[in-house]
Each structure stands twice: as C-alpha cells, then as structure tokens.
Design a protein around this ligand. Structure first.
Ligand code: GLA
Length: 360
C-alpha cells in the first residue's frame, strides 16, 4: 500500500453483532429467580474494536457521536460510554489484561424501547473484547458481566434475561430460561401459523430511572416479610399466604408468582400450537403488569386494547421493563399488513405520537 511502512502493519479489527430481544412472556421475573421466554428481533448492534497503544479509549457511535475515556479512570457520565467504561472496569477488576482500543458502534435497536438496546451493546462489545484480547470467557460469563455493567456501573438493578437473550437467542425459537440455574430450553415458535408483531410505542423509558429499581426493592421487601429467599419459591397455590402483606407488596408478589406460572403455561400452549391460549396468557400478563405491578403507561394500554379489537390477533402485552417501550402481539400468519396500519393510525390520532412496527 503506498506510503505504508512494513513496521506499521494494518491495524487488526474485531467485530461482533448482537441482536435485540423481545420477551414473549415472563416480565420482572428474572430478578426474582424466575422464568422468562425471550426471542431475537431483527434489529442489532455492531461493535468494532481496533487495539491501540496508550491508555485512551476513543469511542464513536454512529447514532450518539464521539466520546473518550482513560483506561483505569472510568467514571459514570450518564451517557452511552458508561457501558464501555463499565466493561473495561469490571474486566480489569477481575484480573483480565486489556489494552487501549478504538471503538465504533452502530445500532438500529431503538433506545428506551424495551428491546434490550443496552444488552445488545454489552454483548457485542464483550464478544469483540474477548476476541481482541483473547479473554477466556464463555458466553454465559459475558452475560453475567453485562448484567454487572448495569448493576454496578450504570446503576440499573436489572436481572439476567436481556444479556442471556442477546448472547443466546436466535430467530424462530424462544429461550425458555430458568434465570436461577441459567438452564435453557430452546422452544421452536409456530411461525408456520403465526407471526410475532413488535410495536414500539414511541414512549421511551430508562431502566436506571427510579421505577424499575423500586419494583426490585418491593420484591425484596415482600420476600423478607414472607421469610423466603426469592419469589420463585412460591406457587399460585400459595397466593393466600400473601394476604398478610401490605397491599403494594401483595400486588407486586402476586404479579411475579402468577407471571412465572404464565411462562410455564405459555410454553405448554406453544408446544401444543394452541395459539388462542398463548394469546389469553399474553393479555393476562399485560393486565397483571398494569394492575398489580404498575409498570404500564396509558399509551401502551391503549395499544394493547387496539390489538384486542382485531380478530386476527390472539393476544398482546407490554414487553420489557415497562414505563413505556414496546408491545409484543401474536397474530395469525400474514395478517400484519392488514391489521397494523389501522392500529398505528388510531394510536397517533389519540396520542399524537407515532408508534412503529419493528417486526415483522
Ligand atoms: C428489563 C431488565 C430485565 C428484566 C425486564 C423485565 O429489560 O433488563 O432484566 O427485568 O426489564 O422483565
């Protein structure tokens, strides 16, 4: 190549992508040691790393612009580079040898949409770092580190679902994940009969904002009052035991216990290709998130009701952490072109916000 010296070889780059996820059912169960059912969405995040000399980490995001920080001097900035800083800090603290690098990221997973934009960034980043610096880490360990970035650096006390989904999920199948043991059963989705619709409400959330962490503390308070380690230990047959709890804690615990049961029931229904039953469970999950867990917003409730009015939609629900974000719906195969445009039009008329179909 003209002008390049032999001792100045082409820098090596390491590039990985991770897809966002949509959770089909099992919401706010993961930090209660429960079960979840996420699958991959087409939107994804790409991270490219080029190792460099010195201590400066220069980061460029196609969407968010350029920022930099110094390796070993990571500080929370409440911006997107906190995910990168959290990764370098946690890796270094656990004895991994890193050097400086340049990073480029681009993503079409919408931020604040409940579709794991941050976990997709973490997993694509950690896979690229693993490859660039030959870190001996399994995918499951990357997922754990991703969760620690959120919990310890960003300040979002999230569970493990999103990072596991972004590391392991693929199209056409859902991960029936036990978040306590991290055991995975891959569940084939009946996509020869149905389609999954993912609609972003356009109302954005942030997990590190108070509501999410507050729900987590409420669950912990319910466990101490019930003298159990996690809500996983309770079944729907034990619901009467919640009567002694203060009203708020009772509702939070009831959501988690019934939601775990709905995950098991949805897996059975999917296996039996009983799509109307899956749909009922979606609607029931939504009602529980709205009424007992109080993580929905009126815009999302409205979208779910618009779906209920469509005959070809079996069921719909808020997906992800809530306080905005997206809904997931299960519909008869090939019907989205007909049913989605009127839903989006009604929604925009009512709220003046445009919702967007992200999948299919
Ligand atoms: C967010 C968190 C997950 C999970 C969901 C709610 O996506 O990152 O760990 O708790 O909310 O199910």
């Amino acid at each position: 190549m003209p002008g390049r010296k032999d001792k100045d070889p082409m820098p090596q780059t390491f590039q990985f992508t991770a897809h966002g996820r949509v959770n089909l059912i099992g919401e706010h169960t993961d930090y209660n040691d429960g079960w979840v059912l996420p699958t991959a969405i087409p939107q994804k995040t790409l991270v490219r790393i080029t190792p460099t000399n010195g201590r400066e980490i220069r980061c460029e995001s196609k969407q968010e612009g350029a920022r930099s920080f110094i390796l070993g001097e990571e500080r929370n900035t409440k911006s997107w580079i906190d995910y990168i800083q959290g990764a370098t800090k946690i890796l270094a603290d656990s004895g991994q040898q890193l050097q400086a690098f340049e990073l480029y990221v681009e993503s079409d997973v919408p931020v604040g949409s409940g579709l794991s934009s941050s976990a997709a960034l973490e997993i694509a980043l950690l896979k690229s770092l693993r490859s660039a610096f030959q870190l001996q880490l399994r995918d499951e360990e990357l997922a754990r580190i991703g969760q620690r970035i959120e919990n310890e650096f960003v300040g979002a006390k999230v569970g493990i679902m999103d990072q596991m989904a972004c590391a392991f999920a693929s199209f056409g199948e859902a991960l029936y994940l036990d978040t306590k043991t991290l055991e995975i059963e891959r569940l084939k989705l009946p996509l020869d009969e149905a389609e999954l619709l993912v609609i972003n409400s356009g109302v954005s959330h942030r997990n590190s904002d108070g509501g999410y962490n507050q729900r987590r503390s409420e669950c912990e308070a319910a466990c101490s009052a019930l003298n159990i380690k996690s809500l996983r230990e309770m079944q729907t047959s034990d619901l009467a035991n919640l009567e002694a709890l203060p009203e708020i804690l009772k509702r939070r615990a009831r959501h988690v216990i019934t939601e775990n049961q709905r995950v098991h029931d949805a897996v059975k229904a999917f296996k039996a290709k009983d799509l109307p039953r899956v749909g009922e469970l979606f609607f029931a999950s939504h009602a529980s998130m709205r009424d007992d867990y109080a993580v929905s917003v009126p815009e999302i409730d409205f979208l779910v009701e618009l779906c209920r009015a469509q005959k070809s939609i079996f069921g719909a629900r808020l997906t992800g952490g809530g306080f905005g974000g997206s809904i997931v719906a299960l519909a008869k195969l090939g019907t989205h072109r007909e049913v989605v445009p009127p839903i989006l039009a009604e929604y925009e008329k009512k709220w003046g916000i445009s919702a967007k179909l992200l999948s299919p």
